[in-house]
Design a protein around this ligand. Structure first.
Ligand code: SIN
Length: 302
């Protein structure tokens, strides 16, 4: 089976002349070659942005030169900084989050656990997210992504009709119950080393969004549904909505819609939350992992 025709991956056809792309899986993801992110040119950036919307997730290796300032500058090329619902950012860089799990830390739940799109319980969830790897375990700690545009396209026409006008209730209720598990009091929040500073009430109230969203740049439709934050459907009972959301959540993360990244230090990954889901792995106890994260503010999904 091929999801896209061979020409889909053709740099010349896609107008990628200042960058080279190497697809990671047939469903999504690509490595970008020939770019020093700290010194990216305007022509390269235009093509990198196009490659992001094309492949949903892109990554660059060997970006040793890249500083936090460089990551902030690249983030701002995509749009304003997004507000992170979970953390406050680091000293001197309020829009930069440091994701650390120390070698000695053993937790049931890590930041990014479970298939999700970033903070969909907000009215304007982040459009784009970026992770720079500083310290990586010798094995484990991979990240998975899944292509939700492909997942939408491959539904039957009948199912597309059924879900066309539905609105999904996105809420952090289930995720926060995992974060809070075993914690003595509600405002004592952390996930391993990561201190969480957040408005839990607002996150649990969440927001209603279209179950099928249209990408503001490509005009393509994607399923906007995951197994972490999709709690119900407007106008339906839980008995009615749960089986549908369970099906769509499983469908959206089918293995053949995925790509999986084995991290190396000094990689930069960028993904488009409007077209894919992602998930971190909690399988590297005994080793340290440190990432630098930034997000781009998104639009209200339509
Ligand atoms: C995230 O969900 O933003 C973090 C993913 C990861 O650490 O692999």
């Amino acid at each position: 089976m091929q999801f896209y025709p061979p020409e889909y991956y053709d740099d010349a056809r896609n107008g990628f002349t200042a960058i080279k792309t190497v697809p990671l899986a047939s469903a999504m993801g690509a490595e970008i070659l020939n770019v020093d992110v700290a010194n990216i040119t305007d022509e390269q950036f235009t093509q990198v942005e196009k490659a992001l919307y094309h492949y949903k997730m892109i990554f660059f290796r060997n970006q040793q030169n890249m500083t936090i300032d460089d990551q902030e500058a690249l983030t701002l090329r995509f749009g304003d900084f997004g507000t992170d619902a979970y953390t406050d950012g680091i000293e001197g860089h309020p829009n930069v989050q440091r994701l650390i799990k120390e070698a000695s830390t053993v937790v049931d739940w890590i930041f990014g656990d479970g298939w999700h799109t970033d903070s969909p319980f907000m009215e304007q969830p982040p459009a784009v997210s970026m992770l720079q790897s500083l310290d990586i375990p010798p094995y484990g700690g991979d990240t998975w992504w899944s292509n939700t545009e492909l997942a939408y396209n491959l539904l039957s026409e009948k199912m597309k009709d059924v879900i066309a006008d539905l609105r999904v209730h996105m809420s952090a209720a289930w995720v926060l119950s995992n974060v809070n598990k075993g914690k003595p009091k509600l405002n004592d929040l952390s996930v391993g080393e990561i201190e969480l500073t957040m408005n839990q009430k607002k996150m649990v109230e969440g927001w209603f969004h279209p179950l099928v969203r249209t990408h503001p740049v490509t005009g393509n439709k994607s399923l906007f549904c995951d197994t972490s934050y999709s709690m119900g459907i407007e106008g339906m009972t839980q008995d009615e909505s749960r089986p549908l959301l369970d099906f769509l959540g499983e469908w959206a993360t089918r293995e053949d819609f995925n790509c999986r990244l084995r991290w190396e230090p000094h990689m930069l990954v960028i993904w488009d939350n409007r077209q894919c889901l992602h998930k971190a792995f909690n399988d590297y106890d005994g080793y340290r992992r440190e990432m630098i994260r930034t997000i781009v503010n998104g639009e209200t999904p339509v």
